[in-house]
Design a binder for this molecule. Structure first.
Ligand SMILES: Nc1ncnc2c1ncn2[C@@H]1O[C@H](COP(=O)(O)OP(=O)(O)OP(=O)(O)O)[C@@H](O)[C@H]1O
Ligand SMILES: [Mg+2]
Length: 386
């Protein structure tokens, strides 16, 4: 070919053998080149590929495909496991395992290599690092999910507010009528004791509903203005307990609250309430069928922060799930039961508050800990001063 001749001429002028040129290309390109033999063992990788995996070539040579590729249900395994039949032009997005067992997203193209008798000798893979793009995609997805959740929470809040409002008036009627009936009782009425008791029960149950409705109304009102304000911690916890205690009591779950001192801190009370409500709901789901059922809410303050710890009687989150549970859409609940957004939204809310949200793996039980600065901007100021 004409161009071939021109190339040879140029190379001879440069005094550069063709093999050397290939070597320059293979060593210099941004694409990883990886060649395996027919048994699936690595026989060659260019520097881009070994750097991508952070594995020296000598180590890589001892590795089989299955040590390098993360096979999950999204990996088109046929291109690796029966490569002779795979389409040499296809490209796939898969994950590879690095030396430290972390994973990296790549786009991989596989070309099977045959000898002149069409015998399969091995495969040549061209590999492009797409981890940045995947990260951006994931962030995008997270943001989308968070927006959808807060929209959903907002409309739920609105609805709760509406319902609460509607319940309030008839409730006042019930409480009023119970009182009136009690006044109308005559001391010489038959069953006076039982009647009085029944009317007292109606009134006190009505009062409880009133409290719950009040908490719901407050939640929905706050929803519209989720601004930061100096908030007494016990205001948040007492509203929260009103919302959850009945359900927990009915399921036989004991709630213990420890709060050595009351204090105020700067936060969006509605958001912090939602985070705690979500933790309580998660604990409920996790322990409702256990033999030992309790949750401990421990709230204390240090010089600069509020520390809120919720421990439940469950056995803890297994190490391999600890990161996963924070991911949006990760749920172990039955379809339709959980969306898997609770913890990731909580994490985002706490991060927004310049705080930290963590699973305490040193506890023998399931333990979530939230640390919040008492004043916003404080974390920044401290960091700057350091
Ligand atoms: N206290 C807990 N004990 C055991 N596992 C938990 C606990 N809290 C969370 N998890 C695990 O973490 C998963 C994710 O929790 P997350 O709150 O993000 O979502 P969800 O509760 O499944 O659904 P959603 O909160 O969106 O309705 C849960 O499905 C569960 O497997
Ligand atoms: Mg949840």
């Amino acid at each position: 070919m004409e161009s071939d001749k021109d190339l040879r001429k140029l190379l001879s002028q440069l005094n550069l053998p063709l093999g050397k040129l290939n070597e320059f290309i293979v060593n210099g390109i941004d694409e990883g080149i990886w060649i395996t033999n027919s048994g699936g063992y690595t026989i060659y990788a260019n520097p881009t590929f070994t750097q991508l995996l952070d594995i020296p070539l000598v180590t890589l040579r001892e590795k089989h495909l299955i040590d390098v590729i993360l096979f999950d249900d999204k990996t088109p395994s046929e291109i690796f496991l029966s490569p002779s039949s795979s389409d040499p032009h296809s490209r796939h997005e898969i994950k590879l395992l690095k030396n430290d067992k972390s994973t990296i997203w790549v786009m991989i193209g596989a070309s099977p290599l045959f000898d002149e008798n069409a015998k399969y000798l091995g495969s040549l893979f061209m590999v492009i690092d797409i981890s940045q793009r995947k990260k951006a995609e994931l962030e995008n997805q997270n943001n989308q999910a968070k927006m959808e959740t807060s929209a959903r929470l907002a409309s739920l809040g609105e609805m709760a507010g509406g319902v609460a409002h509607e319940i309030n008036n008839p409730l006042m009627v019930i409480i009023g009528k119970a009182r009136k009936a009690r006044r109308l009782l005559k001391p010489d009425d038959e069953n006076i004791a039982e009647l009085t008791q029944a009317l007292n029960d109606i009134e006190s149950t009505g009062r409880r509903i009133e409290q719950i409705v009040g908490a719901m109304l407050k939640l929905s009102r706050n929803q519209q203005v989720s601004k930061q304000q100096e908030t007494p911690i016990d205001e948040i916890t007492s509203e929260l307990l009103i919302l959850v205690s009945e359900r927990f009591r009915a399921a036989g779950i004991k709630i213990n609250v420890t709060m050595p001192e009351k204090f105020t801190f700067e936060c969006s009370p509605i958001q912090i309430s939602q985070v705690l409500l979500n933790l309580f709901n998660n604990a409920f789901d996790a322990i409702k069928d256990l033999e030992t059922k309790w949750v401990n809410l421990d709230i204390r303050k240090t010089e600069s922060s509020a520390i809120i710890t919720l421990t439940d009687s469950g056995p803890g989150i297994p190490a391999h799930l600890r990161e996963k549970v924070m991911m949006p859409f990760f749920t172990t609940k039955a379809p339709g039961k959980g969306t898997g957004l609770g913890l990731s939204v909580s994490f985002a809310v706490i991060k927004d508050h310049e705080g930290s949200f963590e699973i305490d793996s040193t506890s023998p039980n399931t333990c979530f800990r939230i640390t919040l600065p008492l004043h916003r901007g404080q974390a920044l100021a401290l960091a700057r001063a350091a």
